[in-house]
Design a protein around this ligand. Structure first.
Ligand code: SAM
Length: 277
């Protein structure tokens, strides 16, 4: 029997008009729709007059339910996986099912569409040439502080998901760790009250303290300024010789290699070492 295909379908993150024609067509043609919250997905299907069996697949039943979905696929049934919003598998169930499909050689494909992270990135005006997605921020203060400290030297624009209940505390920690760093908070993307607030963490915090915190948020942080390129002068070459010698390379070969790496002459490096002994 030929296996069915799993279709990972992106769905709107707010505005229902953002559903793609291909996702609608696929939801109409599959045998089963697996989703996080059946009520939410039935609303979506009803809105588009699609009548289809749905089954739940979420964080706490994904192990057992994953096997059931895999069996359907093995039986030749086509299954669509949707999350409550955006792309399944991105901070949402989906990854484990993909792993199961890979393990069982079951075909799967992705139908692109809305993703809160990328929508917020472009709206933020922060650099888009290099970025990293960090998902949800740790909930506890100490962990959050250490987590941000580890990101101090990250040069790419960073994208985070955050719940409205933790936004204030998170912005306070960001203000401590990144006092001067430009950031943005994207709220209620694609919805009626879509808003983007740009500034330092303290400025963004002040805005929400004044206006209240409502809706869903993506936070974005400008990357660190790139570290100044290392100057490979004679001091660098001498230190490099010592490092190579410590690794067991002879002084002669270490000088040869260090001089080459620093674009200096072997003689200059050798003379400097002898004169400064
Ligand atoms: N899979 C989704 C995606 O592709 O973006 C994300 C799901 S994750 C469980 C939910 C988080 O995404 C929210 O807590 C929020 O950070 C962000 N999010 C989703 N919809 C949003 C919206 N309309 N505006 C701002 N943030 C949103």
């Amino acid at each position: 029997m030929t296996y069915g295909t799993l279709y990972l379908c992106a769905t709107p993150i707010g505005n229902l008009q953002d559903i793609t024609l291909r996702v609608l067509e696929t939801l109409e043609t599959v045998d089963l729709v697996a989703c996080e919250d059946t009520r939410k997905t039935l609303q979506l299907l009803n809105h588009f007059n699609i009548s289809k069996p749905v089954t739940s697949y979420y964080e706490h039943n994904k192990m057992t339910k994953g096997d059931v979905i895999i069996q359907h696929l093995k039986d030749g049934k086509h299954v669509a996986l949707v999350s409550d919003a955006g792309m399944p598998g991105v901070s949402d169930p989906g990854y484990d099912l993909v792993q199961q499909c890979l393990a069982e050689d079951i075909p799967f494909t992705v139908l692109p569409g809305p993703v809160a992270a990328v929508t917020a990135l472009v709206l933020s005006g922060l650099p888009t040439d290099r970025f990293c997605f960090e998902g949800f921020i740790p909930r506890h203060k100490k962990e959050r502080q250490q987590y941000f400290e580890r990101l101090l030297k990250e040069e790419r624009t960073m994208i985070f998901y955050e719940s409205p209940h933790r936004l204030e505390d998170t912005l306070k920690t960001m203000a401590e760790v990144f006092p001067e760093r430009p950031m943005a908070a994207a709220r209620e993307l694609t919805k009626k009250f879509e808003e983007i607030v740009r500034g330092t963490p303290a400025e963004v915090l002040a805005h929400f303290e004044q206006n209240g915190i409502r809706g869903e948020f993506v936070l974005l942080l400008h990357g660190a300024e790139p570290a100044a390129p290392e100057t490979r002068d004679i001091d660098w070459a001498v230190a490099r010789v010592a490092q190579l010698e410590a690794e067991g390379i002879s002084q002669k070969d270490a000088i040869k290699q260090a001089a080459k790496e620093a674009d200096l002459s072997k003689r200059d490096v050798y003379n400097f070492i002898v004169q400064n002994k």
